[in-house]
Write a protein that binds this ligand. Structure first.
Ligand SMILES: C[S@@+](CC[C@H](N)C(=O)[O-])C[C@H]1O[C@@H](n2cnc3c(N)ncnc32)[C@H](O)[C@@H]1O
Length: 216
């Protein structure tokens, strides 16, 4: 397997050449949609996977750029619902899947799709604007909502919410979360403030409370 990197911040493309090599492209250009599709280079009748469907911007472009087949994956049920609509718009071309990356092999098996039949995969990591713009998802401090932050939106009953983490983690654990995952310079101060609020006032439950307490 050959992995080749171009330069990109958010997009990763894995494309199988006509031999069986996997090529990884990364790209920094501002026109990421155009560039991503250019490197994926979808061909008629081949199968591609949009691994992070989101609102489907990349998927739509893939479908428009050739008469290929497209499998879409996203762990978020809101994105899955959108993918199902796209499947109606493009009959017999789109297979929407709901799940995480790790669930893909089983999901493909259920649909009778062999892994080596995939010509290319597109990843666009991060949160979608559907997640960020909806206060109820708890991702955004500009829109008040309960601190949920589950990308699966509750699909996985074992996944705890950010609110539960803030209510139960100790100061050191909170520090690590902010420092390592958030790369937050004031990680120690924020962790300490959350613990103090928890004991002296109340648990922090909403994005608004977090923005007031966590970033004083
Ligand atoms: C930046 S958005 C993708 C936007 C999309 N390219 C578009 O054009 O609208 C990233 C998406 O990846 C999904 N995602 C993140 N981690 C995932 C995982 N482990 N498995 C499946 N989907 C994931 C998120 O739910 C989100 O919808």
């Amino acid at each position: 397997m050959i992995l080749r990197r171009l330069t990109t911040v958010t997009h990763t493309i894995l494309r199988r050449t006509h031999t069986t090599e996997l090529i990884e492209y990364k790209d920094h250009t501002p026109v990421l949609l155009e560039e991503a599709i250019k490197h994926l280079d979808p061909k008629d009748n081949e199968y591609y996977i949009d691994m992070t469907f989101g609102a489907g911007g990349h998927s739509r472009k893939i479908l428009e750029s050739s008469d290929c087949k497209l499998i879409t994956l996203d762990r978020d049920p809101t994105a899955f619902a959108k993918a199902r609509k796209l499947a109606v718009e493009y009959p017999n071309r789109v297979t929407p899947l709901l799940g995480r990356f790790s669930e893909l092999p089983n999901l493909l098996k259920e649909k009778g799709i062999k892994q080596m039949s995939i010509a290319g995969m597109l990843f666009d990591f991060g949160c979608s604007s559907m997640q960020l713009d909806n206060g109820e998802r708890g991702f955004s401090i500009s829109k008040n909502g309960y601190l949920d932050m589950r990308m699966d939106a509750g699909r996985d009953p074992n996944q705890i919410t950010a609110r539960e983490v803030l209510a139960t983690a100790n100061e050191q654990e909170l520090y690590k979360i902010f420092k390592i995952y958030g790369e937050e310079k004031k990680a120690a101060k924020i962790a300490q403030t959350i613990i103090q609020a928890r004991y002296m006032i109340k648990n922090i439950e909403t994005t608004e409370e977090y923005s007031m307490e966590g970033h004083q």
